[in-house]
Design a binder for this molecule. Structure first.
Ligand SMILES: [Fe+2]
Length: 407
């Protein structure tokens, strides 16, 4: 996060005496990245956050890959992933590599009796369906459909969903990043402010809105994810006992609907859709927009070969104009090394169209992705052959229901 936020009470000068009403000192905690060289915040706790009464045996909690060496285009029907569990037990890992993992969660239970801290990864969560609030020591962030919620690593937190989630489970895409997630450098000036040509600005970013300090003695359980394990810590005091903080590291939300698309006379390449970056991958937002306006423009994208990136699209809403047979909540995965592009008929069918209502999240990785068994279980195994023209009727881009046998 590039900009400074201050909430609650903080002393005039950092690292100086700051006392509770009873005369005892508040406990200062610097939460920072890159060994005091990266972004940081300074929080003031009522109690020492370091008091731990019990640590239980860690439990395995890691992605397991089932298919590591594939080279074919994939269609993973993510909408079919079963609901169940809570924020952690319900997390279904779909694919990943050493930089980023993608998981779907459809929780039917709230995180009633523990807090979570991901000590290895920043979590960037796309809220496909659902609303509620993310609670943290630095305040509460409300979220709804279409929001990205960024939780920097090591911030303790709890997701609270509105409504009867057993009856109507929310749908979330979790992007676990082994490095800091940030806004692209190309959108920021040398002092960090978002530039005029950026598709979003600081006003579109929602830092925590409310800060409540809980002065409660526990024990309270915090499940900490590190090194592929969940470490179960029982701390003496409520982890949300912060009376004030300031700095540039905090959880926030920003909506995909506030991303202003960049359009042009001819087809604009995917980098215009970039929303976030991290080490070795980027996240892009495809949003409703007007199509290209050159008199002979072709709105559908051209075929392309990514020679050094794997390209994942998560289809959130609307018809994705270049691709047929892909449904809401699906992933397509187009690995580097082979070309991909519009389905037969889609290019011609796109000419003359004025705009699109599509909404999609793209994750482009610079190292190959591997799939999990859960992803293979909901795979449309025929997708790699779906560019055969004989599978498409009448040149309108629609996929025929009866398909010829695989070659
Ligand atoms: Fe592509």
């Amino acid at each position: 996060m590039p900009y400074y936020v201050r909430m609650g009470d903080v002393p005039k000068k950092r690292h100086t005496q700051f006392r509770r009403p009873d005369g005892e000192l508040y406990t200062e905690e610097v939460i920072g990245a890159e060994g005091f060289s990266g972004i940081q915040s300074i929080a003031y706790h009522i109690h020492q956050p370091t008091i731990v009464d019990r640590i239980e045996e860690p439990v395995e909690y890691d992605i397991e890959f089932a298919d590591e060496d594939f080279l074919q285009h994939r269609h993973i029907k993510g909408f079919d992933v079963e609901a169940g569990g809570d924020w952690l037990t319900g997390r279904t890992y779909m694919m990943g590599n050493s930089d980023v993992n993608l998981a779907l969660v459809r929780p039917t239970e709230q995180m009633d009796d523990y807090f979570f801290r991901n000590a290895s990864c920043d979590e960037l969560v796309y809220v496909h369906e659902g609303e509620g609030r993310l609670e943290s020591p630095l305040g509460t962030v409300e979220f709804t459909d279409g929001d990205y919620v960024h939780v920097p690593r090591t911030i303790a937190h709890r997701w609270v969903f509105d409504g009867d989630i057993e009856e109507n489970p929310p749908r979330l895409l979790v992007i676990e990043s082994n490095s800091e997630v940030r806004f692209p450098k190309k959108y920021r000036n040398k002092r960090g402010q978002l530039l005029e040509h950026s598709p979003f600005c600081e006003r579109d970013i929602r830092p925590p809105a409310e800060l409540t300090a809980y002065d409660e003695e526990g024990p309270f359980e915090i499940r900490i994810k590190k090194h592929g394990k969940l470490h179960r810590y029982f701390v003496r005091y409520h982890p949300f006992d912060v009376v004030g903080w300031d700095g540039c590291m905090y959880p926030y939300a920003t909506s995909i609907h506030d991303f202003e698309p960049i359009t042009g006379r001819i087809h604009q390449p995917p980098p215009v859709h970039q929303h976030f970056e991290a080490h070795n991958f980027v996240v892009c937002s495809f949003v409703p927009r007007l199509f290209d306006y050159h008199p002979k423009s072709i709105p559908a994208p051209y075929n392309h070969s990514n020679i050094d990136s794997d390209e994942v699209l998560f289809y959130a809403e609307g018809d994705f104009m270049s691709r047929r047979g892909i449904s809401r909540g699906s992933f397509s995965l187009h690995p580097g090394g082979i070309p991909h592009g519009p389905h037969p008929g889609s290019t011609e069918a796109s000419i003359g169209k004025e705009g699109t209502e599509e909404l999609a999240v793209m994750v482009d990785t610079f190292r190959p992705l591997k799939l999990t068994k859960a992803a293979l279980d909901v795979e449309d195994a025929d997708y790699a052959y779906s560019w055969q023209p004989e599978r498409h009727a009448g040149g309108d881009g629609q996929v025929q229901t009866e398909q010829p046998a695989k070659p």
